[in-house]
Ligand binder design. Structure first.
Ligand SMILES: *Cc1c(COP(=O)(O)O)cnc(C)c1O
Length: 398
C-alpha cells in the first residue's frame, strides 16, 4: 500500500495524458455518497457524469449484476441472449420506439444514429453527398463521427478533416436551421437538453419547428438523450415532454448505472434503413451489460423514479433560485428535473475545486461558467439542503 500522493504520481506516469484530474481517489460509494481512500465522505451531485441514476450500492441492481456474472458474461452477436431481449423490450416500451441496437458507449450510439441517417439518404438516391445539420455548443462524443457533429471548435480543430457535409445551426434558433436545409440534407441531430454546452433545454417551439422541418423535407430527426434521458428531465426521455417524437434517439450514461452500455433506437422509416452487414459490435448488448440495463429499467418502473425526479427537481429548482437571489455572481439558472445549471459571471473552475476539496461536495461544470447539477436520481430533499449549504460556503469565500 502506497500513500495517496504515490498513487497519483503512478497514475500520472501510466495514463496517456488527456485529462486533468482532481487529486482525489474514490474507493467506495453508498447511496448518494462517495468515499475516498482516506475515509472522507463526499456528497455526490455529479453521479459519474449523470450515470449513477440509482446511486451507489443499490442491492437489487448489484444482485442482478452478480447473478449474471455467475451465469454468462459474453457470447457475441452471432447468437441470441436472454438479458438483451428483456432489456430491448423494456427500452422499446418506455421509449415507444420500434427497434433498438445496443452499443458500448454514448459516442457509439451516435455513430449508429449517423449511419442510419446516411443509409436512409443513400437508399433514396445512391449518392454520397448528403448533409447533416448539427447545433453549435452541442456535445455528442469523442469518436470521429460524433466529434464531427459536436459544435465545439476547440474539440474539433486538431482532428480535422472530420466527416464532411456537417453544418452547424444555433440551438433554439429555427431560422438558422431552416437556412441550412437543402435537397442534400438528410438529418438534424441535437440534444433535447444540451448538457456539456451549459444546460440549455430546447424551446418547445424550436423542437416542434425542427420536427416539422424534418417532416416537410424527408429528413430524420435524431435526438441525443444520452445525458438528459433515463428519467433525468422529469420524463423518461426529455422529448416526451414536448409532444414530438424523433426518428432516431440515442441513450447511454444512466442506462447501465455504471456498466458501459448505450443504445440507438429508431422508429418508422428510420427503423428499416440499415440491413444485415451494415453495422456490428463485438461486445454491444452482451448478457452482462444488458442484465444491468434490464434491471435498471425494471427498478425505474417499480419505484416510479420519474415521479421522484419531478418532485426532487422542483425542490432543487426552488433552492437554487434562492441561492441565485442571494448571490449576484449567479447570473442564470436553467434546466429541469435533475439536470439543472447555474451560470456564474466568473469561471467556475475554482468553485468546483473548492467544493470538492474543502466542502467534500462533488459538482461538475458544463463549459467554463456553468455548474451542472446531475445528482443520482434517488436524492432526497435533505441532500439538496446539504448541497446548497456546502455550495453557499464556497460562494461566500470567492
Ligand atoms: C456523454 C455524452 C455523449 C458521449 O457519451 P460517451 O459514453 O462518453 O461516449 C454523447 N452525447 C451526450 C449528450 C453526452 O452527454
Amino acid at each position: 500500500m502506497g500513500n495517496k500522493q504515490e498513487y497519483i504520481e503512478k497514475a500520472e506516469a501510466e495514463f496517456y495524458k488527456t485529462y486533468n484530474r482532481f487529486p482525489v481517489i474514490f474507493q467506495q460509494g453508498k447511496g448518494v455518497c462517495l468515499y475516498d481512500t482516506e475515509g472522507n465522505e463526499y456528497l455526490d451531485f455529479g453521479a459519474g457524469i449523470a450515470v449513477m441514476g440509482l446511486g451507489y450500492g443499490d442491492p437489487d441492481y448489484e444482485k442482478a449484476l452478480k447473478d449474471q456474472v455467475e451465469t454468462l458474461i459474453h457470447t457475441s452477436n452471432l447468437f441470441y441472449n436472454l438479458p438483451s431481449i428483456e432489456a430491448g423490450e423494456r427500452l422499446l416500451k418506455v421509449s415507444g420506439m420500434e427497434k433498438v441496437f445496443f452499443t458500448n458507449s454514448g459516442t457509439e450510439a451516435i455513430e449508429g444514429a449517423l449511419k442510419i441517417a446516411k443509409r436512409y439518404a443513400y437508399n433514396k438516391d445512391h449518392c454520397h453527398d448528403h448533409e447533416i445539420i448539427a447545433m453549435n455548443h452541442s456535445f455528442h462524443g469523442r469518436s470521429l463521427g460524433a466529434l464531427s457533429v459536436t459544435g465545439n471548435d476547440h474539440y474539433q480543430e486538431p482532428f480535422r478533416p472530420l466527416m464532411p457535409g456537417v453544418k452547424f445551426a444555433d440551438f433554439n434558433d429555427l431560422d438558422s436551421v431552416k437556412a441550412l436545409v437543402n435537397e442534400k440534407t438528410c438529418a438534424v441531430i441535437m440534444e433535447t437538453i444540451q448538457g456539456e454546452g451549459g444546460v440549455y433545454p430546447a424551446d418547445p417551439e424550436f423542437l416542434k419547428g425542427v420536427r416539422k422541418l424534418c417532416d416537410d423535407n424527408d429528413m430524420l430527426l435524431i435526438l441525443d438523450e444520452i445525458q438528459c434521458g433515463m428519467g433525468r428531465s422529469g420524463a423518461m426521455f426529455a422529448w416526451q415532454k414536448y409532444g414530438v417524437c424523433p426518428d432516431v434517439m440515442t441513450v447511454a450514461k444512466a442506462l447501465g448505472n455504471g456498466v458501459p452500455i448505450g443504445a440507438f433506437l429508431a422508429q418508422g422509416k428510420a427503423a428499416r434503413a440499415m440491413v444485415p452487414g451494415d453495422h456490428g459490435t463485438t461486445y454491444g448488448g452482451n448478457p452482462l451489460v444488458t442484465a444491468a440495463a434490464a434491471k435498471v429499467l425494471e427498478l425505474f418502473e417499480q419505484r416510479d423514479l420519474v415521479s421522484h425526479v419531478k418532485e426532487m427537481g422542483d425542490y432543487l429548482w426552488e433552492k437554487l433560485e434562492e441561492l441565485k437571489e442571494r448571490y449576484p455572481v449567479i447570473t442564470d439558472h436553467r434546466g429541469c428535473g435533475l439536470i439543472q445549471g447555474l451560470e456564474f459571471s466568473v469561471p467556475v473552475g475554482d468553485i468546483v475545486k473548492k467544493a470538492l476539496l474543502e466542502e467534500k461536495l462533488v459538482l461538475i461544470s458544463a463549459g467554463s461558467q456553468v455548474i451542472r447539477f446531475v445528482p443520482p436520481l434517488i436524492i432526497q430533499k435533505d441532500h439538496v439542503d446539504q448541497m446548497c449549504r456546502k455550495l453557499e460556503q464556497v460562494i461566500k469565500g470567492i
